[in-house]
Design a protein. Structure first.
Length: 118
């Protein structure tokens, strides 16, 4: 922790269809909706200490790299759940001390999942 900042408070991710994205993030990723502001086009998804805020955008140009990683204690189960839900999922990569894989949300945003011994 730095002296100036305590943590990352919120991660923002643009999506084109906020209601469809809320459904996808809650159903497929099994996350919980914290709040939804339909008129403003914002929805906060509960994920540990740092919420994921979906932001409605008229067009999304996904980054060419992973936006952030979800941490899991069971990377194989996470990988299988995404595959079972027809998510575009890469293979699990073993970096020695870290296992990870990437996947795409309905807007093509590249997201990651990682596991390492804490």
């Amino acid at each position: 922790m730095t002296k100036l900042f305590k943590r990352i408070d919120t991660v923002f991710l643009e999506v084109t269809d906020i209601e469809k994205s809320i459904e996808w993030y809650t159903d497929v990723l099994d996350l919980e909706l914290r709040w939804f502001q339909k008129e403003g086009g914002y929805a906060a998804i509960e994920i540990g200490e740092t919420p994921l805020t979906l932001v409605r955008a008229s067009e999304v140009k996904p980054a060419t790299h992973c936006q952030f990683n979800f941490f899991t204690n069971d990377i194989k189960a996470a990988h299988e759940r995404l595959q079972e839900n027809n998510v575009d999922v890469d293979e699990i990569v073993d970096y020695g001390d870290v296992l990870s894989f990437e996947f795409r949300d309905p807007d093509g945003n590249i997201l990651g999942v990682c596991f390492f011994e804490e």
